[in-house]
Structure formats: structure tokens, C-alpha cells
Design a binder for this molecule. Structure first.
Ligand code: GDP
Ligand code: MG
Length: 162
């Protein structure tokens, strides 16, 4: 294993979709416990010459806690366990207060952050990524988790940071 990458972001931006892209065909070896719905949060992927572990922090949930507490726990786990953090936002909705809340947590820590603007499903949406420069976390990468676009560019940056 060359490194550990954690995926963070508010609910519904596409973290699990991108997680599945990062781990590729290993998805099919997941065993399901009948009657139990549990998000799988750990996976293994590889890209070029590197092997890595992936953590989908969105699957770490606190019962009956406000969003701020839950996301804080998720980002803390990412900061503790990961070498690189992928921060996923949505190019469909643009920057939300929750994105800003997470961005501020990420800026107050030292692990490198790769910013992935998801839901850029075709090239006509590309200009939606530019507002995310305002988060102050570097260059936004255009991604479509559903269509598998831009995932390789994100992984190039991730493995370069191990
Ligand atoms: P999570 O809550 O951050 O883990 O988000 P999910 O991966 O569960 O995705 C939330 C919703 O966004 C689902 O309905 C996905 O199908 C949708 N979604 C994820 N990625 C994309 C994308 O690249 N484009 C579009 N249009 N929808 C997406
Ligand atoms: Mg999820």
C-alpha cells in the first residue's frame, strides 16, 4: 500500500459514486449481510504503479447528531487516517454553506486536499467549476462520477501526493 485517500464532502455530492470509481471492479467482491444496510466505507484501489486504500467518510454516520457534528467526525477521521483528502463538491448546486464549513475545517489542517467538482456530466458544464476557486483549496478538478469523467486526473494528483 502506497497511501490512504479519504473522500469527504456534504451528503449527496457523489462521494460514494466516486469511491466506487476509485476502487473499480473490486466493488463486485462486496459481500452483503442480509437484512443489514451498511455503507461500505473502506476499499482498495490502484492507479498506474500505486496501490491505495480509500475511505468513504460519508458512510461514517452519527445517529441523531446535527450535520455539523457528523461532518466534523467525518473530517477528523479523514485527517487522522489519510495521506490525501479528496473534497467532493457539486458543480450542479455550486458552493453551499455546508461546503464552506467543510472547506474551513480542511484549511485548518495539514493533509493535502484535492478538490473534485462532481456532476460535470458534459463539457457545457465546465464553467461551473470556476467558482470553487473561492474555497481557497487550490485548483478544482471537473469530474463526473456517474460517467467516469475526470477520475483519472484526480487520481494522478492523489498519487503524486503520497
Ligand atoms: P454521497 O451522498 O456524497 O455519497 O453521494 P452519492 O454517491 O450517493 O450520490 C448522490 C446522488 O448524486 C445520486 O443520485 C447519484 O446518482 C448522483 N450523482 C453522483 N455522481 C453524479 C454525477 O457525476 N452526475 C450526476 N448528474 N449525478 C451524480
Ligand atoms: Mg455516500
Amino acid at each position: 500500500i502506497n497511501g490512504i485517500v479519504a473522500i469527504v464532502g456534504r451528503p449527496n455530492v457523489g462521494k460514494s459514486t466516486i469511491f466506487n470509481r476509485f476502487i473499480g471492479e473490486r466493488l463486485s467482491i462486496v459481500e452483503d449481510t442480509p437484512g443489514v444496510t451498511r455503507d461500505r466505507i473502506y476499499g482498495k484501489g490502484d492507479w498506474l504503479t500505486k496501490d491505495f486504500r480509500v475511505i468513504d467518510t460519508g458512510g461514517i454516520q452519527l445517529l441523531d447528531q446535527p450535520f455539523q457534528e457528523e461532518i466534523k467526525a467525518q473530517v477528523e477521521i479523514a485527517m487522522e487516517e489519510a495521506d490525501v483528502i479528496v473534497f467532493v463538491v457539486s458543480g450542479k448546486e455550486g458552493i453551499t454553506n455546508d461546503d464552506e464549513y467543510i472547506a474551513n475545517m480542511l484549511k485548518r489542517q495539514t493533509k493535502p486536499v484535492v478538490l473534485a467538482v462532481n456532476k460535470i456530466d458534459d463539457s457545457s458544464k465546465i464553467e461551473n467549476i470556476y467558482e470553487f476557486y473561492n474555497l481557497g483549496l487550490g485548483d478544482p478538478h471537473a469530474v463526473s462520477g456517474v460517467h467516469g469523467i475526470g477520475i483519472g486526473d484526480v487520481l494522478d494528483e492523489v498519487i503524486g501526493l503520497f
